[in-house]
Design a protein around this ligand. Structure first.
Ligand SMILES: Nc1ncnc2c1ncn2[C@@H]1O[C@H](COP(=O)(O)OP(=O)(O)OP(=O)(O)O)[C@@H](O)[C@H]1O
Ligand SMILES: [Mg+2]
Length: 324
């Protein structure tokens, strides 16, 4: 079957690339390589406006990376740092002195079983939850004591793509994506229309502006959520389980999109995922949360070579679960 052949080919390519640094795949000229321009799918009539919008985002993200302060505690270019972060709910310690960091322009995958605190970590990053102790640095600032107003500034820099998509149910897809553009207050109606159209084309949901979120599949909703996140021109995007409940092809498309955003917009990303193939494709580094701690923090290759029985068991279980 053609699908199986394609799958075999892909697996061989992945094996061949094992050990190469992330980004090396750019040299393998494939149809959905990280270098394929984001605006490739965008129609001619809006390409110039969308191209300009994306160039501005890329330039802003490069400048943000250069602005990061160098301090003794934090690696020079860490955009996000968890420094001995602890969080309990009642007597339940979800996170105990968890530390990891994400460099500007890098993708970190957070792995771990259900209930280990992956979503809680993302919520703390945006200030929806506060850590009990420890520091969370975003773009060079400790956000733990931030006021609600200051946190709103952080939420403009760091966008979240929620597992559910978290779109506004009662307004159209087009208005959902337009929302961050309108909030800025500096764009003409015609410009907003063009950017919305282009962003939806870019994420593979062309022409759905008039539909409501309930008219779309789970994968499409997630694509729209990514378009809405991009409309805010963030410096970093947090994705909570982007591939859960979507078919393998959609998962592949979302993975390619996340990769292209990283390379072309210099976006810093955190991806929470159960999907090891997805993590292998995207992660510069992974953090594995287990029983309240960051059991492992390093590259995927290092994780696969680890002698830690807990990690080995997690990876072995994943092998068993994947074919289902
Ligand atoms: N606001 C809250 N109040 C009380 N307990 C909470 C709250 N938010 C999360 N928890 C608890 O914290 C633990 C970690 O939750 P979290 O949602 O981060 O898990 P997760 O790693 O994202 O799991 P999954 O893979 O299933 O999404 C869970 O036991 C959860 O019940
Ligand atoms: Mg979760």
């Amino acid at each position: 079957m053609a699908a199986e052949n394609e799958h075999d080919k892909q697996t061989k390519e992945e094996q061949h690339r094992a050990g190469e640094p992330k980004g090396a795949e750019d040299q393998h000229a494939s149809g959905d390589s990280a270098e394929k321009p984001l605006t490739d799918e965008v129609s001619q009539d809006v390409a110039a406006t969308v191209g300009e919008f994306m160039e501005k985002a890329a330039a802003q993200n490069e400048a943000a990376a250069e602005d990061l302060p160098e301090t003794k505690q934090h690696t020079p270019s860490a955009y996000i740092t968890f420094d001995k972060v602890s969080k309990s709910f009642g007597s339940f310690d979800v996170l105990k002195e968890v530390s990891f960091s994400v460099n500007a322009g890098e993708t970190l995958c957070i792995l771990g079983r259900s209930g280990v605190g992956k979503s809680v970590s993302l919520q703390m990053l945006l200030g929806f939850l506060k850590p009990d102790t420890g520091a969370i640095m975003v773009a060079g600032e400790n956000i733990c004591q931030f006021s609600e107003k200051q946190l709103q500034g952080i939420r403009r820099k760091v966008s979240m793509v929620f597992q559910s998509g978290a779109l506004f149910d009662s307004i159209s897809i087009g208005e959902n994506v337009a929302f961050p553009l309108r909030e800025r207050g500096d764009m003409e109606e015609d410009q907003i229309f063009q950017v919305v159209k282009g962003l939806l084309e870019m994420v593979g949901v062309a022409g759905k502006e008039q539909l409501l979120p309930s008219d779309l599949s789970t994968g499409m909703k997630r694509s729209v959520a990514i378009a809405r996140a991009l409309a805010a021109q963030p410096e970093a995007v947090l994705y909570d389980e982007p591939t859960t409940m979507v078919d393998p092809l959609m998962a592949h498309l979302l993975g390619s999109l996340i990769e292209r955003l990283k390379h072309q917009l210099h976006l810093t990303s955190i991806v929470v995922t159960h999907d090891m193939r997805f993590a292998k494709k995207l992660a510069d580094r992974v953090v594995f949360l287990h029983e309240g701690g960051a059991r492992f923090f390093g590259t995927m290759e290092e994780m696969e070579q680890s002698d830690d029985e807990v990690l080995k068991e997690f990876l072995a279980l994943d092998e068993l679960v994947l074919p289902a």
